[in-house]
Ligand binder design. Structure first.
Ligand code: IVH
Length: 670
């Protein structure tokens, strides 16, 4: 790179980083994700190191954070609040240890304090003669905002240190203010209701809550704190981080229960992986693990750099938020006819998975978040949940980003789209909309429903498009010849599919009710209804009041169930299934357990069923499955290439049946 371009790059990066520092530290409203920020910092660091002669004034990297906002009185920390060097891989962690050993010229064992890296905001509490005198935000690391009164609203912040121990006359205690994930969600629900913009993440919520002019507002926010360090303390005699944490805890300062003192770096890496694993289950957010050399003597010998101490390392987890671009917004039709807008994203890796789409829920949500096609957006993925867009970054717009409008007609069948009174969703009300039909059948055959093996999206698509199936009832009338006309469907897969459809003809009542796809009736409600009514016809005839009498069923659900069974088309579908021989079985056994007292043993490979499915149908019908053949075995089911159990059955005179007979016995037609 030419010097001139490098110089320009450095000044651009510096300006960018200053801008983002301001957004993050002063306004609690970042425009980019932490990982993107880290990349900018990494890039600038690299350039500054390679071209020290091109430095232009003070680097944004030599300061921590951003200067405090003038709305608060500021005051200096007694000793600076440093940052911690980041590590992104186990190699970075090992390199940290090698660096330490080189500097210390030491091959002894080194104890490390491994602590969760809490994702909140750092604060500094100055105690004088045991009483909290001043509470500061980190600010730029040199001075921070005075938020003493606000900090005192947090119940876990001691006003006074009560202990028989001697306490330093002046003492800085440092910790992280945070908000629990559940409280953060509740806070955002409330803010949305009040018409206020939601916080992007718990960290911003905690920062925004602590930095309120009126402490009464802070007092209403569920803030919490963990303490993890001391700053300047007069004549302290501490020898290690371990001792500091133990003492703080004894003095009434809450410390994190996951802090561990570990004898080596390998154990630190192991513990890092452990914390990564439990991350999603912790009630608050952590974004990594901090490793600190525990001995204060060694810390002194290692010393500090401009921005960070040489004895600490922040090992970061893969971020759960990323920035990307909305390339398009499409509309997806669901089984109830709801149209859901979906953002098509420039693919980006988040928390280990490549994300290409994010649900936008409905039109109101899109306008509330003001998301436009072409926007840069922050997306997030928490655990296994569907990725969602946290916010758009309007600062990066060109002005040519179109605003999304819900289509007037169904993108699939062309029928008119309506928005019902009092609902946020748009609907395609056509009963013959092919996508809805496919989605209804997919739901019917899904795991939570009748669990029909082999009936995937591609096959359902063909069955509907070719007119073989227009509702779930049609599935049970399918013929082998129908199936054989489908693409990539041979004799064997056709046979398998027919067998699994037949295998689904004795569904447990709760699964059957769920499979019907009644709006607002999920698996839980379906089980509730099955337990109470025991039989489909009683549910069909239940009145609104009867339904309302059930615990956990409200007017919306009761109304939806009533409406479903008043619809002639739905009744017709159910009748068709009944005629085909579909008989849902009640949850409670008794009477309806044709296989009660029978024991089945399987040998050889089943073709149409998995072993697990076969076992399930036996048990559902009251029978038992055993691994060994004995005189008390009722049937041995011989599949393909049966083993020694077949010979045993012959010897003992146990009845042997094949798979087809088994299917008939358990409710299919063979
Ligand atoms: S110790 C020099 N311990 O991480 C070390 N910091 O980049 C001073 N943080 O903003 C800090 N958890 O607010 C320390 N267990 C922990 C921490 C922690 C989170 C934050 C701290 C600071 C940043 C360091």
């Amino acid at each position: 790179m030419e010097n001139e371009t490098t110089e320009k790059k450095i000044s651009e990066l510096s300006a960018l980083i200053r801008h983002h520092n301001e957004r993050y530290y002063q306004y609690d409203d970042p425009e980019i994700t932490d990982s993107e920020y880290d990349r900018l910092v990494g890039e600038l660091k690299d350039l500054e190191m390679r071209f020290p002669e091109l430095a232009q004034g003070p680097s944004p990297l030599s300061r921590v954070g951003a200067p405090p906002l003038p709305r608060f009185k500021t005051s200096g920390h007694l000793s600076p609040m440093l940052s911690i060097e980041d590590a992104f891989s186990p190699e970075d962690i090992s390199a940290f240890e090698r660096r330490i050993r080189r500097t210390l010229d030491n091959s002894d064992q080194i104890d490390f304090a491994a602590e969760p890296k809490l994702d909140g905001l750092g604060v500094n509490l100055i105690y004088q003669d045991r009483r909290l005198a001043t509470g500061l935000t980190r600010g730029d690391g040199v001075s921070g905002e005075e938020v003493t009164a606000n900090l005192l609203t947090i119940s876990s912040v001691p006003r006074e240190v009560r202990t028989p121990d001697r306490v330093p006359e002046v003492m800085e205690v440092r910790g992280e203010v945070f908000i629990k994930t559940a409280d953060f969600k509740r806070l955002n629900v409330w803010r949305t209701k009040e018409g206020l913009p939601p916080f992007a993440n718990p960290r911003n919520a905690a920062a925004g809550s602590l930095r309120q002019i009126d402490p009464a507002v802070t007092a209403k926010r569920p803030l919490d704190i963990f303490f993890y360090a001391l700053g300047t303390s007069s004549d302290d005699g501490f020898t290690s981080q371990e001792e500091i944490l133990q003492t703080l805890s004894r003095w009434g300062f809450k410390t994190n229960p996951y802090v561990k003192i570990l004898p080596g770096i390998t154990q630190c890496i192991q513990y890092f992986n452990y914390l990564k694993g439990i991350r999603a289950e912790l009630p608050y957010e952590i974004d990594g693990m901090v490793i600190k050399v525990s001995s204060l003597e060694l810390q002194r010998r290692l010393g500090v750099r401009t921005r960070s101490p040489r004895w600490a390392l922040a090992c970061k987890f893969d971020p759960l938020q990323e920035t990307t671009t909305v390339e398009d917004i499409t509309v997806q039709v669901g089984r109830t006819g709801v149209l859901t807008p979906v953002a098509i994203l420039k693919p980006v890796k988040v928390g280990g998975a490549l994300i290409r789409r994010a649900t936008l829920h409905n039109e109101d949500e899109i306008s509330r978040k003001d998301i436009r096609i072409g926007d840069r957006v922050i997306i997030q993925r928490a655990g296994d949940v569907i990725p969602e867009i946290v916010k758009a970054i309007p600062g990066e717009r060109t002005g040519r980003e179109p605003i999304f409008k819900m289509p007037k007609t169904c993108p699939d069948c062309g029928a008119e789209v309506v928005r019902l009174e009092g609902e946020t969703a748009h609907y395609c009300l056509s009963l013959s909309c092919p996508t809805q039909i496919k989605e209804r059948i997919r739901h019917f055959a899904s795991r939570g429903g009748l669990d029909i093996d082999g009936l995937g999206e591609a096959i359902i698509g063909q069955l509907v498009d070719r007119g073989f199936v227009s509702d779930p009832g049609c599935l049970f009338l399918l013929k082998r010849d129908d199936l054989l006309t489908l693409e990539r469907m041979g004799e064997r897969s056709a046979g398998n599919l027919l067998a699994s459809i037949r295998g689904a003809m004795r569904p447990p009542l709760d699964k059957f009710i769920f499979a019907l796809g009644i709006r607002h009736v999920g698996e839980y409600t379906a089980a509730l209804l099955a337990r109470h009514f025991q039989d489909l016809s009683r549910l069909r005839e239940a009145t609104f009041d009867e339904l309302m009498n059930l615990r956990d069923i409200g007017p919306k659900v009761a109304e939806s169930i009533r409406r479903f069974f008043l619809e002639e088309k739905n009744l017709e579908i159910i009748r068709r299934m009944e005629r085909a021989g579909v008989v849902p079985s009640p949850l409670e056994r008794g009477g309806q357990t044709p296989l009660a007292g029978m024991t089945f043993v399987f040998t050889g490979a089943l073709l149409a069923l998995t072993r697990a499915a076969a076992k399930e149908s036996v048990e559902r019908l009251g029978g038992e499955v055993s691994e060994t053949v004995s005189k008390s075995t009722t049937y041995v089911v011989a599949g393909d290439k049966p083993g020694s159990k077949l010979a045993a059955a012959r010897n003992l005179g146990v009845k042997i049946i094949d798979e087809k007979q088994f299917v008939i016995l358990t409710g299919g037609e063979g």
